[in-house]
Design a protein around this ligand. Structure first.
Ligand code: XMP
Length: 603
């Protein structure tokens, strides 16, 4: 495809760079991601250029920049967040560190009497998603303010004569309700309306796979049983023929209850040639006393590889004739720091160094690595995957390993005081504590590892809970997550910390709780309303020698951002009381954190 039929997204390290590219594709124009260090002749050959967000500040030393001449190109340009600030600064405007940092929802107000091509058919007041600590304070010549928000005067600016647009919010995340209209308008401005779709992706990918896998080689695919690896299998089988694709499922000991047997049965039905390899005792041995999230992830990634090579040996599959396949998708690569300027949030289990090496030497094939979850699901439909399978909630490769919080006890008295004053300011009945543990989050494109506040059940109004959660995570640096304790109107005097080991006993506890939750989701028919629902075992209980369970249902479309799901309170009470029947569980918590600032998984 020639460049003048594509839009380039220039990457400054935003966690959303790939998402942005994928959104634009979904809207009908093919995109490619480029670094900020290409020659001008490369940029000028595209039909449009989008400058992504990123974790840096444009005024700090070493920040990724673009040469002044870049902004003499006659191609339409859309700067987003960092990209917007870069556009402003390079053309002579001013950018400073903002006194009021803004993460989360805001309202974009279009300036009355002004018309921009970028906001055609966009409402005068629309909900957008902000994530920034810097802001523009002076415009370059030729630009005008076209829209603002409560905390940001230059939320949307443009030079209509040159088709240069700068926006402080993220139109690519679904929380920006009219973001698609804005991106669609940009595609039209670039002259690329309706120029790409998933069917053409499928045709192209089949061609690529046929060329990539020599006819004398077959593919050995790592299967997790989720949608991704099933779609990867169907795609490979379609391109190469069923006989040339073999599946391997590694049982890590951190799978869900009855998962392995159920999967085997279902995959057999789809025509998979599947081998199950039991590696659980090794996983338990290596992880037993580990507590640091990144270390746990690395061990899982490495042990997966070790198990695979053992299985390959034992099945007699030599590397001369077999290539390794993975159902990796876009978010898996980006959250591991997949683009040049991005911060590392989590090491994905199929992006550990050993796997990276295999990828670099062309020994791994990842047929859906360019796609997002919703695209994978649509592709699955195109390839004939049954609906029930397509609707399965995503389950992370490391499984329950990332849902068992084995961290050491840590306190945050100062954070607790601050959170308490915020809570009391909202409602005198609200109370708040801080759990003695930390979890992973993402804020302003950076990884965080911070404390979790816990609220009493002071209201049935989800909006009030949400507001307090946003206030706490926005206002208190040491807290990146907020939960509440359903049906506990009064918080206990203290929470008991009980260390969790990464062993069979503790994973069995979580398996039991998780299976209660899954059963209820299907029974109450809310399974398809929730995008994913991690159930997390935490080393905190109301009694000594007992633990807590966190429910983390989210709504999302692509996992890069998410909203916590607002469950019917009667259903929640039923699930809570059922979980509390497990002998060692004394506390149930419900996660009220959006992503950002919390990630979907706790680790
Ligand atoms: P986070 O927690 O980063 O998760 O918001 C985003 C999505 O990715 C899944 N996830 C993983 N999937 N291997 C996987 O196969 C991994 O190492 C991994 N880590 C996170 C997570 O379940 C969510 O859907």
């Amino acid at each position: 495809m020639k460049s003048d039929k594509k839009i380039a997204v220039i990457d400054f390290g935003s966690q959303y760079t790939h998402l942005l590219a994928s959104r634009i594709r979904r809207l009908g124009a093919y995109t490619e991601i480029l670094s900020n260090e290409e020659p001008l002749s490369v940029y000028s050959s595209y039909a449009g250029l989008v400058l992504s967000g990123g974790p840096s500040s444009v005024y700090e030393e070493g920040a990724p920049l673009l040469p002044k001449e870049f902004f003499q190109l006659t191609v339409p340009i859309l700067g987003i967040c960092y990209g917007h600030q870069l556009l402003m600064k390079t053309l002579g405007g001013e950018v400073v560190s903002s006194s009021s940092k803004e993460y989360g929802p805001a309202t974009l107000n279009l300036v009355s009497g002004k018309k921009s091509k970028l906001t055609e058919k966009v409402s005068v007041h629309s909900k957008v998603w902000m994530s920034h600590g810097d802001e523009v304070t002076k415009l370059p010549d030729g630009f005008e303010i076209m829209g603002d928000s409560d905390n940001c005067r230059y939320a949307f600016v443009s030079d209509e004569s040159r088709n240069y647009f700068g926006i402080q919010f993220h139109p690519e995340v679904t929380h920006s309700e009219e973001g698609e209209t804005i991106l669609g308008n940009f595609i039209r401005i670039c002259g690329l309306a309706n120029s790409w779709n998933l069917t053409s992706f499928l045709e192209r990918e089949i061609d690529i796979l046929k060329k990539k896998v020599p006819t004398d080689k077959n593919v050995f695919l790592l299967v997790s049983g989720g949608v991704d690896s099933s779609v990867a299998y169907l795609l490979l089988a379609k391109a190469l023929g069923k006989d040339r694709v073999k599946g391997l499922l590694v049982d890590t000991g951190f799978m869900r209850k009855n998962e392995v047997s159920g999967l085997k049965e279902n995959l057999d039905k789809l025509g998979f040639d599947l081998t199950v390899w039991d590696e659980s005792s090794e996983f338990y041995r290596l992880l037993a006393d580990k507590s640091e999230p990144e270390e746990k992830r690395k061990i899982v990634g490495d042990q997966f590889l070790e198990a695979q090579s053992k299985a390959i040996d034992s099945l007699g599959l030599d590397s001369e004739n077999w290539i390794l396949g993975q159902g990796t998708i876009y978010p898996d690569t980006i959250e591991s720091g997949g683009t040049k300027h991005s911060h590392k949030i989590k090491t994905h289990h199929n992006r550990v160094p050993a796997i990276q090496k295999l990828i670099e030497s062309g020994k791994i094939i990842e047929p859906i690595a360019e796609l997002y979850k919703d695209e994978v699901r649509s592709l699955g439909k195109l390839l004939g995957l049954p609906d029930l399978w397509i609707e399965r909630h995503p389950f992370p490769g490391p499984g329950l390993v990332v849902r068992m919080i084995a961290s050491q006890e840590t306190k945050d008295k100062e954070g607790e005081r601050e959170a308490l004053s915020l809570a009391k300011g909202l409602d005198p009945n609200a109370n708040v504590g801080v759990l003695p543990i930390q979890s992973v989050g993402v804020q302003g494109d950076q990884r965080s590892y911070a404390h979790c506040a816990v609220l009493n059940d002071f209201t049935k109004d989800w909006k009030q809970l949400e507001d307090l959660s946003i206030q706490i995570t926005n206002g208190i640096k040491t807290i990146n997550r907020v939960v509440f304790a359903p049906d506990l109107s009064i918080l206990p005097e203290r929470f008991f910390y009980n260390r969790i080991k990464m062993d069979k006993f503790h994973s069995d506890l979580l398996r039991d709780a998780d299976s209660i939750v899954t059963e209820h989701l299907y029974k109450e028919k809310i399974h398809t309303k929730i995008w994913q629902m991690p159930v997390v075992l935490v080393p905190v209980g109301l009694r000594p020698d007992s633990f807590g369970i966190v429910l983390r249902p989210v709504e999302s479309q692509e996992a890069m951002t998410a909203n916590f799901y607002q469950m019917d309170r009667d259903i929640l009470s039923r699930i809570t009381s059922e979980i509390l029947k497990i002998t060692s569980i004394s506390l149930v918590l419900y996660d009220l954190t959006h992503k950002p600032p919390g990630t979907i998984e706790w680790e």
